[in-house]
Design a protein around this ligand. Structure first.
Ligand code: NAD
Length: 489
């Protein structure tokens, strides 16, 4: 049963959350949050200006010292209560994600499970922050090493996973004892607002997490990043914006975590289980309608199986049912906006003009929303434009290769290094690939790598740092070392 949309939207806060209070924004007008499946406004919310951003930073800064002293167990239990509350409201969160972002409800439910897991995982990590005590090599002193919260932190999140991208940052920050200003994407801010309301109910003290929603990201974020009270920035989004933020962060020498763009290769070898490879391809390509940093962007398929693989993938892609995410029979939603849809058409047209052919799709879907038909392109030339860009939509370009070395060279021929996928039954080859593929993550015979217990992140221009796993909390901690003379001398 789907929830009543109006009743759900009425529960979503529409103001900024600063120092534990819901307050109006002082930016121009309000932000109209749209349903990408209809192009209609769902709800209007507050628009923050630069002063609101600085007010949020002040709240975070004024709360940092007291929050850092709160017992780890208490921080853990707030996160655990929030996890239980989100779980109890899974259906509300899933419906809201689907409404503002467009993904099918089944996928949105998956995001709630995945995203919520970061609250549970980091509630478990909060009590495992450790240090060490030892004798200096000369024997004349004692050396203590402790971990302290780095905050206040500023988190900027993208629109594609409205819950998971927020919990992946808020979870470890709370666990580590950091306060935060969070700026969700203006296209999908509602889920973050509902999440913060839930954190408030879970007992999170005022000022620990502050949320600003704004239509002027650069103008509102700039003064926060330039302010010496800020100590850390954590960003998920495009490499282009990440570069700008890194430049700005250099002024105050901020700690930075950057989860940026991807251009994932998906390798299929001649010995692969083709059924598993096609199923993996559907997952790696079509999760989030292709709008994921982990989305398979380049299908690099051995020439012996390229035709069969593309036929089988096209059959599955062609069978997807386009529609509004919240409708029960929808298996593929819209892309996020008109600009994204136009970009899909440009990529298809360019690939065809460069010698590729359309097996299925290749054009917009019908209706008022931003629909683009799931598309498979084959005979794509290795130097095609589409292989150089992050597609971020439902298009699967297939290029073929002859030898393992050639396949690896094609896979690594990108400035990105987030994730790679490889399908082969040969274990030794699988391990050779794992070592040769220059990406932070590899899915070996699987199309899904994301897991709260794993260190998620990339190499090269896909970013800096890791989120999730044992590593995730370290992004919010800094090391303090103490030397003291041997107490027995
Ligand atoms: P984007 O870079 O356009 O925007 C991301 C966020 O940055 C949004 O909140 C936006 O409002 C804000 N922003 C934009 N310009 C800004 C500026 N000058 N100053 C401050 N904030 C600014 O990205 P997007 O379109 O929202 O998301 C898609 C991108 O995110 C893709 O490139 C995708 O690969 C990447 N992504 C990466 C990961 C990862 O973990 N590596 C996960 C999800 C998405």
């Amino acid at each position: 049963m789907t929830l009543n949309e109006n009743e759900l939207l009425a529960k979503v806060p529409t103001q900024l959350y600063i120092a534990g209070k819901w307050v109006d924004g002082h930016g121009d007008g309000q932000i109209a949050v749209e349903d990408p499946a209809t192009g209609k406004t769902l709800i209007n919310i507050a628009n923050a200006n630069a002063q609101d951003g600085l007010d949020a930073l002040r709240a975070a800064d004024e709360t940092q010292a007291t929050w850092a002293k709160v017992a780890p167990r208490e921080r853990a239990e707030i996160l655990r209560r929030a996890f239980e509350l989100v779980k109890a409201r899974s259906e509300e969160f899933a419906t809201l994600i689907s409404l503002e972002m467009g993904k099918p409800l089944a996928e949105a439910r998956g995001e709630v499970v995945y995203g919520n897991e970061f609250l549970r995982w980091f509630s478990e990590e909060a009590v495992r922050i450790t240090g060490r005590y030892g004798t200096s090599p000369e024997g004349t002193g004692r050396m203590l090493v402790a971990q302290r919260p780095v905050g206040p932190a500023f988190a900027i999140t993208p629109w594609n996973f409205p819950l998971a991208m927020a919990t992946r940052k808020i979870g470890p920050a709370i666990a580590a004892g950091c306060t935060m200003v969070v700026k969700p994407a203006e296209l999908t801010p509602l889920t973050t607002l509902l999440l913060v309301k839930t954190l408030e109910e879970a007992g999170l003290p005022a000022g620990v997490v502050n949320v600003i929603t704004t239509s002027t990201s650069a103008a509102t974020s700039g003064p926060i990043i330039a302010d010496p009270r800020l100590r850390k920035i954590t960003f998920t989004g495009s490499t282009q914006v990440g570069r700008k933020l890194l430049e700005q962060s250099a002024q105050q020498v901020l700690r930075t975590s950057m989860e940026l763009g991807g251009n994932a290769p998906f390798l299929v070898f001649e010995d692969a289980d083709l059924e598993a490879a096609v199923a993996g391809a559907m997952l790696a390509k079509m999760r989030n309608i292709g709008q994921a940093c982990t989305a398979a962007n380049r299908f690099i398929v051995h020439e012996a199986v390229a035709e069969e693989f593309s036929d089988r993938l096209a059959e599955k892609m062609g069978a997807l049912k386009l529609g509004r995410g919240v409708d029960a029979d929808t298996t593929c939603g819209p892309v996020i906006n008109e600009k994204a849809r136009e970009n899909m058409q440009r990529l298809v047209d360019t690939t065809v003009s460069e010698g590729g052919s359309v097996v299925v799709g290749g054009e917009s879907g019908s209706g008022d929303g931003y629909f683009f038909k799931p598309t498979v392109l084959r005979n794509v030339r290795p130097d095609s434009t589409i292989l150089r860009e992050e597609i971020f939509g439902p298009i699967a370009p297939i290029v073929s290769f002859k030898t393992e070395d050639e396949g690896i060279a094609l896979a690594n021929d990108t400035e990105y290094g987030l994730v790679s996928y490889a399908f082969t039954k040969d274990l030794k080859r699988g391990l050779r690939l794992v070592e040769a593929l220059d990406t932070g993550m590899t899915g070996l015979n699987t199309g899904l790598v994301s897991n709260a217990a794993a260190p998620f992140g990339g190499t090269k221009q896909s970013g800096l740092g890791r989120e999730g796993g044992f590593e995730g909390i370290n992004e919010y901690l800094e090391t303090k070392y103490v030397m003291t003379p041997d107490p027995f001398i």
